[in-house]
Design a protein around this ligand. Sequence first.
Ligand code: GUN
Ligand code: FE
Length: 456
Amino acid sequence: GMGDAVPGLPLAFHGTIIHSFSSKELAIQENSLLVVANDGRIQLLLNDVDPDQVKNILAKEGYTPDAFPVKYLQRGQFLIPGFIDTHNHAPQWAQRGVGQGKVLMDWLNDITFPHEARFEDPAYARQMYGACVRGGLRQGITTASYYGSQDCHASKILAEVCFELGQRAYVGKCNMNQNAPDWYRDQSAEESIRQTKDFITHVRSVDPQASLVTPILTPRFAISCDRDVLSGLGDIARENPDLPIQTHFDEAEQEIRLTKELFPEFENEADLYEHFGLLGKRSILAHCIFLDDYQMGRVKALECGVSHCPISTAIIGPFMAAPIREYLRRGIKVGLGTDNGGGFSSSILDVIRLAFVISNARQEISNGRDPVLTIQEIFFLATLGGAQVCCLDEKIGNFTVGKEFDALEIHTLNPDGIMTPVQSEDSTAMIFEKFIMSGDDRNIAKVFVRGRSVKA
Ligand code: GUN
Ligand code: FE
């Protein structure tokens, strides 16, 4: 539970920390002293502390300095908040890279559904979900919002694996009872809703304090769900106002057209999902490519979050570029998603780079009205922005005192000298930029969730 001691804590760091306070404010704080208490929370953060003074200051603050492991970060080393992946299909872990350029519905039917159907085998599910969660942690994903497969039992296994391996996660049993093959769908709306309730109860028993793992309602998208499933999920959402909700939203023209054919009574997806009680401040809407002024207004007014997944939207079917600059201008919450599966990479660093490329394209497409996003802004999306989208920004997203310590220890220089492309004369800001644009998981030396070291 929250107050329990975690092995390896308390813990202190001295050195550079880099984190966001907003999309506009990136803080690079050198010579910081950061203390993580037994409960995994940040208890103290001081800036401009001389390394020789660390023990004295700890004593003055009431700590027993000799009982305290202090990690002194060297030049080229720094802490950043853990990455938050706001959209990840765990059962698509092993299919990344297959079917690039197919249109969405073909990609789903030909590649994804046959692959996800294999998760009805619990042994396969446990093995693949272990690989997915370990792989995410290795790459610095401390929080993920996961779609499971349609299989209820496999989705329970995913929640157990996240809890066992120490990843913070939202986990959903994927609801889908139509427009999918007989051998891979919920057999009725009633079954879909019953299994969802059973799934929620199980996840709550895995982590009764919700310290790490929380269930999330996961209608795949309206195409996959009939009206009874959507309204049944809406009822669950109303009865459980804390439950987050996730779905795909205005992802592709083909998908929007098919949704209109299936639900002609709605003008657009905002009206559709709102009608069924599925839009609110805990809703995570993946992609959001084609929102007009009206839909943006609804998303903003209802406080929904946008999961920007630039890898998959650049390569499944026609190239698409979400208007992220406009969302930020309107104060809509935005985070990043790998869309692991549809996205060919499970690395948030890769997502950051594609977000930059896509926003460069967007600047062109919009004739300059949507200026390119800065690295600082995209780093915010990968950390605090993602926390806001998941309504976890009171708990995580930066190194504010009182938040839980979800962090990455980044090493850019090797012990013998210089690791390309970092050079000895580089400023800390430049080293940070080089890591963000050209680093990889070899630079992620340690990963902490709630203060616990979780990188294998
Ligand atoms: N729409 C419905 N299901 C999916 C999925 O698995 N991936 C993506 N990218 N879009 C979807
Ligand atoms: Fe997706």
